[in-house]
Design a protein around this ligand. Structure first.
Ligand code: SME
Length: 161
């Protein structure tokens, strides 16, 4: 895959800038967490064209697939497993430039080359879900995405009890 990454480009900065108000409007209209995660996934997928955008919710000792946009994905991920389970365990955003180099990466699609996972906290500060994004482009996530996605994900915090 020779498509160049647009990470940290002016184009991507502008996309996050224009997303903010649009997302605020959608969130003001609907406070149900499932509905919000569904529209969040659609908005991000439509804006950036990434391969897979979606959520896994913390249910007991596992992450369970939530609203997403993209191809069929694995439905359950254990604590500390894969990139998603690691982000949950370490309670931090994880950027994986090359999923082939990440030990224990869970390959849901052969097209995924790079990945970012952002934990979402509930109102008590515990991880309630993770946002997972897969790109078909190697090394496609930079500091602009970390900042942009973490800022957007913080808006979901009040929806989780
Ligand atoms: N690659 C993820 C699994 C989820 S799919 O990418 C949608 C992981 O390693 O946790």
């Amino acid at each position: 895959m020779n498509t160049p990454s647009k990470k940290n480009s002016a184009e991507r900065v502008a996309a996050y800038d224009s997303l903010g108000p649009q997302w605020k409007e959608l969130l003001d209209e609907e406070r149900d967490p499932i509905a919000a995660m569904a529209n969040f996934s659609a908005l991000i997928k439509e804006t950036f064209g990434w391969h897979w955008v979606g959520f896994y919710r913390v249910v007991g000792a596992e992450l369970v697939l939530g609203p997403f946009q993209g191809p069929v994905a694995c439905s359950r991920i254990g604590f500390g497993k894969g990139v998603c389970g690691s982000a949950w365990k370490e309670e931090r955003t994880m950027v994986v430039p090359d999923v082939g180099q990440f030990p224990g990466h869970i390959a849901c699609s052969p097209h995924s080359q790079s990945e970012i996972v952002v934990p979402l906290r509930d109102s008590g500060g515990r991880v309630a879900a993770v946002l997972d994004i897969d790109s078909a482009v190697l090394d496609d996530f930079g500091t602009v995405d970390v900042h942009g996605l973490e800022t957007l994900c913080e808006t979901l915090q009040p929806l989780f009890e």
